[in-house]
Ligand binder design. Sequence first.
Ligand SMILES: CC(C)(COP(=O)(O)OP(=O)(O)OC[C@H]1O[C@@H](n2cnc3c(N)ncnc32)[C@H](O)[C@@H]1OP(=O)(O)O)[C@@H](O)C(=O)NCCC(=O)NCCS
Length: 220
Amino acid sequence: MTPVSTSVASNLPTLPADWVIRPRRAKDIPGVIELMRRVYVQPHGPEAVWPAETLVKHLETFPEGQLLIVDGKGRVIADSTSMLVTSELALRPHRWSEITGHGTLATHDPRGDVFYGVDLAVDPEFQGTGLAHILYDARIALAIHLGCKTFVAGGRMPGYHLTSDLLSPESYLALIERGLLFDPTLSKQLRLGFILRGLLRDYISDPESENCAALICMEL
Ligand SMILES: CC(C)(COP(=O)(O)OP(=O)(O)OC[C@H]1O[C@@H](n2cnc3c(N)ncnc32)[C@H](O)[C@@H]1OP(=O)(O)O)[C@@H](O)C(=O)NCCC(=O)NCCS
């Protein structure tokens, strides 16, 4: 990965001296699976955790796009999965499975002008300590280096199920956007500079988000 000086927000946190951010390697696959098991606990089912074959496909397809953070003992503490797609696909209503090839990245388009966030997972023990900020910063640097114009993702809204008997998903997003409610995932992404573009219904099987996601974008 070519380092490029950019940052989603000015106050970029720093990693402990013996922690490393780098592209994922084949030897990391068991550690990534363990991380996803720690992150995607119930009510998520086992399908929320990448199988090893899928992680192998990511490395075959777009190795430089898969970035993680390991601690001083080599344990995977945070992991991100990304791909390139066209803006025509990314900015219209879509489902996670169709845009990511069911998570395999078979739909990765090396000429795509959009850097697409497929997944991001931070160890629950270290959430809120800036690791997503550091990973987004590195992903944005890579996206700019690759000539992408926009970073797009379907942002999870895992707090929605707590209010869904009172609020439509659109109303929930409006309150999150105005900072009147806090969502443990989406609010952090907005804090990092993403802009809310709309609601994606039936985006992914996600009981906490009631299968919805927020279409979020950042111009690069
Ligand atoms: C969503 C997730 C990746 C965020 O990772 P994280 O490491 O906790 O995020 P960070 O600590 O980098 O926080 C990002 C921003 O949100 C803000 N933030 C973090 N915790 C916050 C809190 N409790 N209240 C308000 N703001 C908060 C931070 O200020 C930070 O911005 P800053 O660095 O400019 O100050 C992580 O919570 C996670 O893995 N969740 C489960 C899986 C998931 O939902 N993945 C996303 C898929 S779309």
